[in-house]
Design a protein around this ligand. Structure first.
Ligand code: HEM
Length: 508
């Protein structure tokens, strides 16, 4: 409502500026006529009104009318939307190089974040070096294996939390979102920094960190007028950039403090043994100029990279987990089948290990089916064309924003039977995987920008989900029947379940 009023009151101002710009601007190139088709645009706002609160769904509906390669205008921003596996292949495979720049939003430009943050950097040498650091040091299978014990500990703590809640308040529901967010954050923060940043009850640092993170999530999820109308960018009419700056400063200061403490201990105490975490690996690379990617690992970049990994890794993994638990509660027959598999392969009373995952095809199918139906980044991270490109006979002009609607692609009726149904069985005899090579299933994106943390995210996802259902019976509270479970979505930084999932655990 507040946004609508602002929009209306600004229309006159923007209208005048736009008319002036139009009159003074050079004539548009003839090739503009070849933009992909799209819905009718309103003056000034273009198609902003078409987006609604769930842009992935609105754009999927529009694509049914205008086709899988569509163009819309969001204020001043020409935007190209891809909505089929074939068009995604053109973008992520054939034209990946030219189309892998990022379209940044103002909230990501405060403190020059877009010049340091891997998700927003252009694909230049700095970005390439950071990706090398990820691929060659932080996320190699051996490195991920080496943190296995840490992750196991965090799974045990999650089980203990749920067990305690179940014994203190038998028959009462637990907040599954809170439990899995805390566990995921602890799992990642111990892997990255050897800290438990999810333990808000025990640690002031954790409390401060979570306040900052929820503030950032809230601001980043709000539509910002300045993103649609660059003439308004500097005015920061909604105060989003100002608040974002405050949160980010706090977050980065906190990380700087952790890094300084670690370096101080290393320098001042010869007997100090630095813990085996990602910070340790990054400091070691930074000390050795000959290592691949070392150029990207100066102290400032380390701070930013650590922050990127947190932001990109926590909400995505925990939200996927919450969706999977919700799908289980909506489909008790699938839950029973997944449990049967665990009992048979792992055995009652035995803990699940990461090496077991490959022997659990039904659990893997559940994870894939959840990621297919509930991709946490339904439009991926917006890309930008660095040159004019022709796709399927249409022009994608230089500077255009590119949205890949993986929510629509993952439900493409040509690629998937009964695409809106939760049917993990579809993956049992299928080679289709989530890793970005199969263009009908892209929950981690694809091409050179594909998620670098996917192997780690997938391990945490399988381990926590498998353990939660192996050790507890779960049912919905207050007699809610599975078909009535509210599955409403909310799109912020990630695609969340709108209402947190509440469920009653009973130890098996
Ligand atoms: C289930 C868990 C996860 C999901 C579904 C997920 C999904 C994604 C998606 C869709 C993208 C955008 C890809 C594109 O634009 O084509 C992305 C990028 C990224 N992810 Fe993940 N992610 C997950 C876990 C993680 C984890 C655990 C980390 C690190 C600890 C991580 C780090 C990143 C980074 C740094 C990027 C930006 C890459 C770039 O722009 O070059 N993600 N992720």
């Amino acid at each position: 409502m507040e946004l609508l009023l602002l929009l209306i009151s600004l229309l006159c101002l923007v209208f005048t500026i736009t008319i002036l710009r139009f009159l003074l601007a050079p004539k548009p190139p003839a090739a503009a006529a070849k933009l992909p088709p799209g819905p009718t645009r309103l003056p000034i706002i273009g198609n902003i009104h078409n987006l609604g609160a769930k842009p992935h769904r609105s754009l999927a509906d529009l694509a049914k009318k205008h086709g899988p390669l569509m163009s819309i205008k969001l204020g001043r921003i020409t935007t190209i939307v891809a909505s089929s596996p074939a068009v995604a292949r053109e973008i992520l495979q054939k034209h990946d190089k030219v189309l892998s720049h990022r379209h940044t939003v103002l909230a990501m430009e405060v403190l020059d974040l877009h010049k340091f943050a891997m998700p927003f950097l252009p694909p230049d040498s700095k970005w390439r070096n950071l990706r090398k650091v990820c691929n060659s040091y932080l996320f190699t299978p051996q490195k991920i294996d080496s943190y296995q014990e840490l992750r196991r500990e965090k799974v045990l703590e999650l089980l203990e939390d749920v067990r305690r809640a179940a014994s203190q308040r038998p028959g009462e529901a637990v907040d599954v979102r809170r439990a899995v967010f805390r566990a995921t954050l602890n799992s990642l923060s111990s892997t990255i920094l050897s800290l438990n940043l999810g333990d808000v009850e025990r640690s002031q640092t954790a409390r401060e960190f979570q306040e900052v993170v929820s503030g950032i999530m809230e601001e980043a999820g709000k539509p910002n007028l300045g993103d649609y109308f660059p003439v308004l960018a500097r005015m920061d009419l909604q105060g989003i950039q100002r608040r974002m700056k405050g949160y980010l400063e706090n977050a980065l200061n906190l990380f700087q403090w952790v890094i300084d403490e670690r370096m101080r201990k290393i320098k001042s105490d010869d007997l100090y043994v630095s813990p085996n975490d990602m910070l340790h690996t990054l400091l070691a690379i930074g000390d050795d100029d000959n290592r691949e990617g070392a150029a990207a690992v100066d102290p400032l970049s380390i701070k930013h990279l650590l922050w990127d990994l947190f932001v990109a890794g926590t909400d995505t993994t925990s939200s996927s987990l919450e969706w999977a638990m919700a799908e289980f509660l909506r489909h008790p027959d699938k839950l029973a089948k997944a449990r049967e598999e665990l009992d048979e392969i792992i055995g009652k009373g035995n803990h699940l290990c990461e090496s077991d995952i490959s022997r659990l095809p039904y659990l893997q199918a559940i994870v894939k089916e959840t990621l297919r139906l509930r991709p946490v980044a339904p439009l991926l991270v917006p890309r930008k064309a660095s040159e004019d490109v022709e796709i399927c006979g249409f022009l994608v002009p230089k500077g255009a924003q590119i949205l890949i609607n993986v929510w629509a692609i993952n439900r493409d009726p040509v690629a998937w039977d009964d695409p809106d149904s939760f049917m993990p069985e579809r993956f049992l005899d299928s080679k289709v995987d989530v890793r970005g090579k199969d263009f009908e299933l892209l929950p981690f994106g694809g091409g050179r920008r594909v998620c670098p943390g996917m192997s780690l995210g997938l391990r945490v996802f399988h381990m926590m989900l498998g353990s939660l259902i192996h050790w507890f019976e779960w049912k919905l509270p207050n007699g809610i029947v599975p078909e009535k479970l509210d599955m409403e979505e909310q799109l912020g930084m990630a695609l969340h379940k709108f209402k947190p999932l509440l469920a009653v655990p009973t130890p098996k």
